[in-house]
Design a binder for this molecule. Structure first.
Ligand SMILES: [Ca+2]
Ligand SMILES: [Ca+2]
Length: 319
């Protein structure tokens, strides 16, 4: 058994032991809205679009007042058509993804938006972007800290993802993703060693008030919101069904969660050993490309480009 096969084998067993949790997550069908969690500027104008899971939008205009801190608007996953938040337990493992488009006019004072964890005891933590610090960062509450490069600009659309899972040490861990970057798995170090029972999870917009700019405004648009069983490589195929763990970020994959490079690696066949010659490598790529074409994962133009690159590569050639 190759390393590759043994990982898939382990993933299969891991899914059996935690399959009960998937049933819980799979009941999530809606969002519950909590406008003005913070309401320091009640006179500001709030516009809400509530169309889970395709589009949620919060827009706050004229957030201006001499005193106070901020306005905050939130939504949370719900399994009862928005009547109340879904309450996550420490073994409710999941992957949640969405795109966030955050705009601030002006960018300072701070506008921030992203994922939020709210728990019964305190602030459970946040994974957000902000307009003035240009941060893409997870922090606070029980969440393991992680900072991506400070690349965010007001108006950007960022794909954010979170995978909460039990790692091979038997510890609860989290992986953050932002566009085509991923954090390593980070184990929880809080007293409860994971998500605290009764936590609600969703997204939020926060706008700090301006004492001087009457038109201080901002908007967060959340789209493509999804939640499923854990998908550690964020390729859209949950771990329980993924024959190819650790697919590189932003790869195109087949229904089994395998990229063409994983099905036909340059270094040698996925089943082990080495290529007999360059032709064997190219024909292995062709087989994968035909499968991807049949599944509609790639276009004929993309197929041609991949085959051309494979033909010109040194893969399988004798040194
Ligand atoms: Ca996957
Ligand atoms: Ca995969």
């Amino acid at each position: 058994m190759t390393l590759f096969q043994s990982s898939a084998y382990c993933a299969m067993f891991a899914s059996l032991t935690i399959s009960g949790a998937f049933a819980q997550i799979s009941t999530i069908n809606s969002a519950v809205y909590s406008p003005r969690q913070y309401n320091d500027v009640p006179g500001a104008t709030l516009t809400v679009v509530s169309n889970y899971p395709s589009l949620i939008s919060f827009k706050e205009q004229n957030v201006s007042k001499p005193t106070g801190f901020a306005n905050r608007d939130a939504w949370h996953f719900s399994s009862n058509s928005g009547a109340s938040p879904f309450l996550f337990g420490s073994t409710d493992y999941f992957t949640a993804t969405m795109t966030v488009t955050l705009t601030g006019n002006p960018i300072s004072p701070r506008k921030e938006a992203g994922f939020v964890f709210n728990n019964p005891l305190n602030d459970g933590g946040e994974f957000i972007v902000n307009t003035d610090g240009h941060e893409v960062v997870a922090f606070g509450g029980f969440l393991p800290f992680y900072a991506f490069p400070r690349t965010f600009q007001s108006g950007d659309t960022v794909t954010l993802g979170i995978t909460y899972f039990r790692d091979s040490n038997g510890k609860n861990a989290i992986i953050y993703s932002a566009n085509c970057l991923q954090s390593p798995p980070l184990e929880f170090s809080n007293l409860e060693q994971g998500v605290i029972d009764g936590t609600s999870i969703g997204g939020y917009l926060q706008i700090e008030k301006s004492a001087t700019i009457a038109t201080n405004s901002g908007q967060a648009v959340f789209q493509h919101i999804g939640i499923s069983g854990p998908d550690q490589d964020f390729d859209g195929v949950p771990d329980a069904l993924d024959a190819c763990p650790s697919t590189p970020p932003c790869s195109l994959v087949d229904a089994a969660g395998c990229s063409i490079d994983q099905l036909a690696p340059c270094e040698g066949p996925a089943s082990g050993g080495s290529w007999k010659n360059h032709g064997q490598y190219v024909s292995s790529v062709a087989q994968a490309v035909n499968e991807f074409l049949a599944e509609g994962v790639i276009s004929q133009t993309q197929a041609n480009a991949i085959m051309s690159a494979a033909g010109q590569s040194p893969c399988g050639s004798k040194k």
